[in-house]
Design a protein around this ligand. Structure first.
Ligand SMILES: Cc1cc2nc3c(=O)[nH]c(=O)nc-3n(C[C@H](O)[C@H](O)[C@H](O)COP(=O)(O)O)c2cc1C
Length: 244
């Protein structure tokens, strides 16, 4: 067993993998449900009022963001894709060896890697690409349309195939686990959430439709981006297209 495999977070990652055999079991976890919200009925209440004038891009995007799964056939542009990738993982400063980005990351370690399956992107040939964060460039890994393969790996969620592009976030576990040990998996999931939410808000502001996706068969999704499931594993996806 490798150093990584002994890590509690890594064990959690492996033990919660979806595969085709155990998916049904996962849907019925045997945990009683909880109330949707919590209030303190005895507590004195201070009613909250928003400041005036919160109608610029950020606030509009926050108010309007929805998970959108219906996409038109029209492509998005490579510039729109660039904007989404910059929102998710764009480098905004350097601090010693660290590249600081639009999204925060525990210890500035940035364990995420970003891949793009371009299905219909004007100015970019269909294919699978890896984002070179430092050079802000896409590196071609595989030519051709991989939408169907992605959708199959995403538990047959067909909208993943209909998306103009799918952004795939993986984690290089060691980057975070070498510093934070058993607690690292928590931070990795938070980092992925920050990056993906930035992308979703950017999509909303650009008038695009986007949906986060975390339900996928791990081994199949890892296989698509050549992640081995030990050193590196896919943690989150975002499907993007023009809204229907
Ligand atoms: C961690 C996470 C995983 C999700 N995975 C999926 C998914 O696999 N497929 C899907 O259609 N939606 C997925 N969603 C979207 C949720 O269904 C959606 O956020 C929720 O229904 C609330 O709707 P809203 O995003 O429009 O506010 C996911 C959302 C989150 C935050």
């Amino acid at each position: 067993m490798s150093d990584l495999e002994k890590n509690a977070g890594h064990r959690y990652y492996r033990e919660t993998m979806f595969d085709r055999e155990q998916l049904i079991g996962h849907r019925r976890p045997g945990i009683a449900p909880a109330a949707h919200t919590k209030t303190l009925p005895e507590a004195e209440k201070h009613k909250l009022t928003l400041p005036e004038g919160l109608d610029n891009g950020l606030w509009r995007a926050l108010a309007r963001r929805r998970s959108r799964r219906r996409y038109r056939k029209e492509p998005i542009t490579d510039a729109e894709l660039a904007a989404l990738l910059w929102a998710a993982q764009g480098v905004t400063a350097e601090a010693g060896p660290f590249l600081l980005r639009t999204a925060p990351s525990a210890g500035a370690l940035h364990p995420l890697e970003t891949y793009v399956a371009a299905n219909r992107v004007d100015g970019l040939a269909p294919g699978l690409y890896h984002l070179d964060v430092r050079g802000f460039a896409l590196e071609l890994m595989e030519e051709g349309h991989i939408g169907e393969r992605l959708a199959r790996a995403a538990i047959h969620q067909e909208f993943v195939n209909r998306a103009a592009a799918v952004v795939v976030f993986s984690a290089v576990f060691r980057r975070c686990m070498a510093k934070y040990g058993d607690r690292a998996m928590r931070y990795i999931c938070m980092d992925a959430g920050h990056a993906c939410e930035n992308l979703l808000l950017a999509a909303e502001d650009l008038g695009l439709a986007a949906c986060p996706v975390a339900a996928f068969f791990d081994a199949e999704m890892n296989g698509i981006v050549n992640a081995d499931g030990i050193e590196e594993g896919v943690v989150y996806l975002a499907a993007v297209g023009r809204p229907e």
